[in-house]
Design a protein around this ligand. Structure first.
Ligand SMILES: Cc1cc2nc3c(=O)[nH]c(=O)nc-3n(C[C@H](O)[C@H](O)[C@H](O)COP(=O)(O)OP(=O)(O)OC[C@H]3O[C@@H](n4cnc5c(N)ncnc54)[C@H](O)[C@@H]3O)c2cc1C
Length: 403
């Protein structure tokens, strides 16, 4: 059974493989988790360090734009489902299809379980924790192959297509995006959105909240604020199936052929870390330099990092801050950069639409970008080209799938 997922890299992953002479002088940075932030950080650091990325999935399966993902939108696959070997900046990064199961900060090692079932230990000089969170049915830390990811995605889209009534639970950006995009794609389905507060989109400016409340109502989504659904178990919220919803305040129960749980019950992927690195909710205690508190050689970024109340270091250019500071540590300079999170969340909520893309700023003002600009400039040049450093076009995959 092979554990080498990227054919051109095979020997580098063998147990006890000696470091290449060229990499001997460079510090080894181990990045745990190759999602949105792991990719950005690993790619940027690989110009200056030997970088190894460990990940449970051989593709970026982004947690962004749930609504587009569920409606089978081609753009979601193009921009949010990308084999790692297509990122140009990752060509110097060694990638291991595995999961971190323990980190020893004193010995500077990480114990890994590989996708094929074997175990190995890696030594690192610097560690970046970018292992994200589990959320609903669409974000998790399971081992998956490309084939499995595709078949799960197709099954989810089929479940949505087959259901005539869909209940979405949760008024955050994922719930709003799912409800809006489903109703737009399937006007004849009954789409109902339940949320516990009286306003949608907690953490966003009032103007953004009101904008989306009106948008959903205009689209024909039935809105039920003040409805906190009873969660019987985490297993239920991570499945995509029908059922009956009950509510904490005793409102009438609700039956739907499909329930999408987007209730924000995030579970950080941190079981493999020493407990003193974590806050009470299990997120990594991270300072404004993105340095893990008390650990000079360990950094954290993205949804797993407790940087600020909104934990928004997956965005706001935090990967640049982390890379600058880590490099300063390597050269024993003071860390130069600080992460300054905005006080309100911002971004696109319902994603690209046939009419274009609306971006909501941290003050609540919004700007509509026309479709041509999104299609020809924003995604190909700014996101894929500038932010991610170039993504090769689709070709025959060089990934060896595990049996
Ligand atoms: C350019 C950009 C634009 C964005 N725009 C928006 C926006 O408009 N609106 C918005 O709400 N958000 C936006 N976001 C943020 C985004 O929604 C999420 O916050 C982001 O996807 C989280 O990234 P992450 O790397 O923390 O986690 P993930 O992308 O979830 O990656 C974590 C990875 O680690 C793996 N993993 C887990 N445990 C282990 C382990 N033990 N060992 C190894 N691997 C493990 C997981 O399986 C997963 O693959 C944006 C992000 C970026 C980068």
């Amino acid at each position: 059974m092979s554990t080498n997922y990227f054919s051109g890299m095979s020997n580098r992953f063998m147990k006890d493989a000696p470091a290449s002479p060229a990499s001997g002088a460079l510090p080894t940075v181990l990045v745990l988790g190759m999602g949105d932030t792991g990719i950005l950080t690993a790619g940027r650091l690989s110009r200056h360090c030997r970088v190894i990325g460990v990940t449970t999935k051989p593709l970026l399966v982004s947690g962004q734009e749930l609504g587009l993902r569920l409606t089978g939108h081609a753009q979601w696959r193009r921009d949010y489902l990308t084999p790692l070997d297509r990122y140009r900046r990752l060509s110097r990064v060694e990638i291991i299809h595995g999961r971190a199961i323990r980190v020893d900060p004193v010995a500077r090692t990480a114990a890994l379980e590989l996708a094929g079932g074997e175990h190995r230990s890696l030594h690192w000089d610097y560690l970046v924790i970018a292992s994200g969170v589990s959320n609903g049915f669409w974000r998790d830390d399971r081992f998956e192959t490309h084939q499995l990811i595709e078949s799960r995605l197709n099954a989810q889209i089929e479940a949505v297509t087959a259901a005539s009534s869909v209940a979405v639970v949760g008024g955050g950006p994922s719930g709003v995006s799912a409800a809006y995009n489903l109703k737009r794609a399937y006007p004849n389905k009954e789409i109902t959105l339940f949320f516990s507060a009286h306003e949608l989109l907690p953490g966003y400016p009032k103007k953004t909240q009101h904008y989306h409340q009106k948008l959903l109502a205009r689209q024909g989504v039935v809105l039920h604020g003040g409805h906190r659904a009873i969660v019987s178990s985490d297993a239920v919220t991570s499945r995509l199936q029908g059922g009956r919803l009950e509510f904490e305040a005793g409102q009438p129960s609700f039956q739907a052929e499909l329930i999408i749980w987007a209730a924000g019950r995030l579970k950080p992927h941190t079981d493999f870390l020493p407990k003193d690195m974590l806050d009470a909710a299990g997120f990594v205690r991270t300072d404004a330099h993105l340095n893990v508190e008390g650990y000079a050689r360990i950094f954290a970024i993205g949804d797993v990092a407790a940087t600020d109340p909104l934990r928004c270091s997956a965005r706001n250019w935090a990967y640049k801050v982390l890379c600058r500071n880590l490099r300063a540590r390597v050269t024993e300079r003071p860390m130069p950069a600080r992460f300054n999170p905005p006080s309100h969340r911002w971004g696109s909520i319902v994603g690209p639409q046939p009419t274009g893309l609306r971006l909501h700023g941290p003050t609540g003002n919004s700007h509509a970008l026309p479709r041509w600009l999104v299609h020809w400039l924003l995604y190909p040049l700014i996101v894929r080209g500038f932010i991610y450093g170039g993504v090769r076009s689709s070709r025959k995959m060089s990934v060896t799938q595990d049996s």
